[in-house]
Design a protein around this ligand. Structure first.
Ligand code: AR6
Length: 182
């Protein structure tokens, strides 16, 4: 009896998780998450794409924040993006040390906590730290999905968490992991 209830709960949680391939700047969600750096003043990769699509007002708001330590998150408006907000988080530069996974977990936890605190229901993540910061995608994917599942379980007000990958190869890594736990 207890087992079937747990399985049902897991199914409800997994239904709130969506894996997609594409460009995060096109998503019409309450918040997209930016893989930023500690200065919070833009950069390359997904950070550059988000700033380009949001327009200069995003940088102006970021300047008022004064940076963000690794593992933490800050929220701004979305300006010209279809997304209403941007949650900026700073992933670790991969070093192979245990602190990497702790800091990456914090990125997901702090971003999701900010979303719930602002009453947001839908949020999309890129693969934080998996570009120039060099985090191995398979390890990062497990951290992203496991942290999110645990978070949704404790915060049922959250309706959807999207993990969006630019490349088909990265998209398949996420899909395979979700299949392996379903
Ligand atoms: N939509 C979805 N995913 C994307 C997009 C996009 N438009 N563009 C890139 N990706 P990265 P990091 C993927 O390097 O490793 C910046 O300069 C990309 O394929 O953007 O956390 C910041 O300012 C990869 O899987 O972020 C920092 O200095 C993932 O997004 C630094 O890079 C993250 O790659 C942060 O490095």
């Amino acid at each position: 009896m207890k087992a079937s209830k747990e399985v049902l709960m897991k199914k409800e949680i997994l239904e709130k998780i969506e894996i997609r391939q594409g460009d995060i700047t096109r998503l019409d969600v309450d918040a997209i998450v930016n893989a930023a750096n500690t200065k919070l003043l833009g950069g390359g990769g997904v950070d550059g794409a988000i700033h380009r699509a949001a327009g200069p007002e995003l940088l102006a708001e970021c300047r008022t924040i004064g940076g963000c330590p690794t593992g933490e998150a800050r929220i701004t408006r979305g300006y010209n993006l279809p997304a209403r907000h941007v949650i900026h988080t700073v992933g670790p530069v991969y070093s192979g040390k245990p602190q990497d996974s702790r800091l990456l977990t914090d990125c997901y936890l702090n971003s999701l906590t900010l979303a719930v605190a602002n009453n947001l229901k839908t949020i999309a993540f890129p693969a934080i730290s998996c570009g120039v910061y060099g985090y191995p995608l398979k390890e990062a994917c497990k951290i992203a999905v496991d942290t999110s599942i645990e978070f949704i379980d404790r915060h049922p007000s959250l309706e959807k968490i999207i993990f969006i990958q630019f490349s088909e190869k990265d998209f398949e890594v996420y899909q395979d992991y979700i299949k392996s736990i379903s």
